[in-house]
Design a protein around this ligand. Structure first.
Ligand SMILES: CC(C)(COP(=O)(O)OP(=O)(O)OC[C@H]1O[C@@H](n2cnc3c(N)ncnc32)[C@H](O)[C@@H]1OP(=O)(O)O)[C@@H](O)C(=O)NCCC(=O)NCCS
Length: 143
């Protein structure tokens, strides 16, 4: 079978911080204008982190799983989008969450990305709200 030109792995906030923060800086701070003060928070130190890397080991995508079962900071570098990286990353995080025993997963989806999460059977609920100046909705997936 064709091997994708990237891999997904568990990451560590201390050991992989440069790689994780590079992707988040490019996507959330530079592209989406999220202020630095909002991008880094206390959840980073206690979350499980996940990294997509190209075949040279360069970081191309990130996600994190909070101790309460929320997924966040899903990001893929612009050049790598629409090539399945986000799907592979989210699939990896969902397996990790399922294996950890969470009965359900929630996330705050930027409204433009609702369709991305709906493909995994996440369902949006509640009103739209603003976070870091970006419209969001809460979504939930029951395992
Ligand atoms: C959302 C994001 C992580 C998706 O990553 P990706 O690697 O492009 O996703 P995939 O290639 O696996 O996409 C799979 C499918 O999801 C859907 N999809 C992807 N991005 C989408 C988007 N922004 N809106 C709606 N559907 C989307 C498409 O149907 C796509 O299939 P297609 O390419 O055959 O049409 C990426 O667009 C991104 O980093 N965006 C900027 C940061 C962001 O908004 N993160 C989400 C925060 S909630």
């Amino acid at each position: 079978m064709h091997k994708p030109p990237y891999t997904i792995r568990d990451a560590d906030w201390d050991d992989d911080r440069l790689a994780l923060t590079h992707v988040r800086r490019v996507v959330f701070m530079q592209e989406q204008g999220v202020p630095e003060a909002l991008e880094w928070d206390a959840d980073d130190a206690v979350s499980r982190h996940f990294l997509a890397e190209d075949t040279d080991g360069h970081p191309i995508g990130t996600a994190r799983l909070l101790p309460d079962g929320h997924i966040g900071r899903m990001a893929v570098l612009p050049f790598w989008r629409r090539r399945g990286v986000g799907t592979a990353l989210l699939r990896h995080v969902l397996v990790a969450a399922h294996d950890a025993g969470f009965p359900a997963i929630e996330l705050s989806a930027q409204t433009h990305a609702l369709g991305f999460y709906e493909r995994f059977d996440f369902v949006a609920f509640g009103d739209e709200f603003m976070d870091a100046g970006i419209p969001h909705r809460t979504m939930r997936l029951e395992f």
